[in-house]
Design a protein around this ligand. Structure first.
Ligand code: ADP
Length: 361
């Protein structure tokens, strides 16, 4: 098992700063996920670790050795790609054996290593098939197998599940978790899917425009997002945001005046304008038509309801303000209903309106 240290590494393409000052130590055996929207620099970071991109600034250390100028094949890393990158005319066996043959590993050992890996991945019966005769999930397993047979110290995954349908993605995600528990190898995994990040990661790095926006465990980034960007990326459906302005009496009023908070759960200091963050799953909705609305409650109308199965999503109108709420799916209020909503102060997030940084109690 191997530690990977990114010592303020960065990448520029001419004037474009794809990655700025990425500074992080990935622990031995850790499963680290890089999460963020398209173009935020995830793949560039991964490819710098793999050696597929040169490093413009900073140092990359794998197992304590500086790797900036080391050939990709000598870094002890193996990468699994989104498009599998299998050789279509070679059998599953030969695809998995390829790298070992190039390393001149002897034939008996190749058979043994490929055989054991195929068994681990449920591919034993497919070793003589060509990739074209496999399902998407099986192809991705071959791509993973090809990485495993090389017994790398570090696994790099570039959106490996993106080409699979939703059901298969969930299954492969669980297989990856089991595999990681078994192999315990340091892994870096790139995705734009926050559910994958939350379920697979020991720690998540959320990136925004080439900059690290936060590093933390799934729990930390969900419970205590460092800024509005992270708050919007982590969680599904995404967090609701409302502009609040302080009036002369110290109360906080939403843009169109439909929501009024007597106070914020944090000390906003001298600020007169903040952004309030409310997760859809933290809005309490009662179907009492507003009759029971007390000081902490707001009357709202259900503008749209979507049954997901176990849960339902409600689009709520509180005057001009709009909030998305997630409620239990059985007997949920429906479009046109009048409801009362309540917000638990302990579950609210407050952000600086200018910088987006979280304001903490
Ligand atoms: P992500 O993987 O998060 O989608 P990338 O790491 O692929 O993002 O890209 C980060 C940024 O670098 C983007 O703005 C992208 O346009 C830019 N970029 C990537 N590769 C090149 C390249 N070869 N030349 C110029 N710009 C590039």
């Amino acid at each position: 098992m191997t530690e990977v240290k990114l010592d303020r590494i960065g990448k520029s393409y001419g004037a474009v700063e794809a990655v700025q000052q990425f500074d992080l130590t990935i622990r031995e055996g850790e499963f680290l996920v890089l999460l963020g929207p398209s173009g935020c620099g995830k793949s560039t970071t991964l490819r710098m670790i793999a050696g597929l991109e040169s490093i413009t600034r900073g140092d990359l250390l794998i197992g304590g050795k500086r790797m900036n100028d080391v050939d990709p094949k000598d870094r002890g890393v193996a990468m699994v790609f989104q498009n599998y990158a299998l050789y279509p005319h070679k059998t599953v066996f030969d695809n998995m054996a390829m790298a070992l043959k190039l390393q001149k590993v002897d034939a008996a050992e190749i058979r043994d290593r490929v055989g054991r890996t195929a068994e681990m991945l449920g591919l034993t019966d497919y070793l003589n098939r060509k990739p074209g005769a496999l399902s998407g999930g099986q192809r991705q397993r071959v791509a993973i197998g090809r990485a495993i047979v090389r017994t790398p110290s570090v696994f790099l995954f570039d959106e490996p599940l993106s080409n699979l349908d939703a059901k298969l993605r969930v299954k492969m995600r669980m297989e990856l978790q089991e595999l990681h528990a078994r192999l315990g190898a340091t892994s870096v995994y790139v995705t734009h899917d926050q559910v994958e990040a939350m379920t697979l990661a020991d720690r998540i790095v959320i990136m925004n425009g080439g900059v690290v926006a936060q590093v933390g465990t799934p729990r930390e980034v969900y419970d205590r997002p460092a800024n509005e960007f992270v708050a919007g990326v982590v969680g599904s459906p995404a967090m609701n945001f409302l502009d609040l302005r302080r009036d002369d009496t110290g109360r906080w009023i939403s843009d169109c005046g439909s929501m009024v908070l007597a106070s914020l759960p944090v000390d906003a200091g001298a600020r007169h304008h903040v952004r309030l963050g409310v997760r859809p799953e933290h809005i309490e909705v009662s179907a009492d038509g507003g009759a029971g609305a007390d000081e902490a409650g707001y009357r709202a109308e259900v503008l749209l309801d979507e049954l997901l199965g176990a849960d339902a999503l409600l689009s709520l109108g509180i005057g001009q303000a709009r909030l998305l709420a997630r409620v239990g799916g059985l007997a949920h209020p429906v479009k046109g209903d009048a409801v009362t909503i309540r917000l638990n102060p302990a579950q609210l997030h407050v952000f600086d309106a200018d910088t987006g940084a979280a304001i903490r109690a």
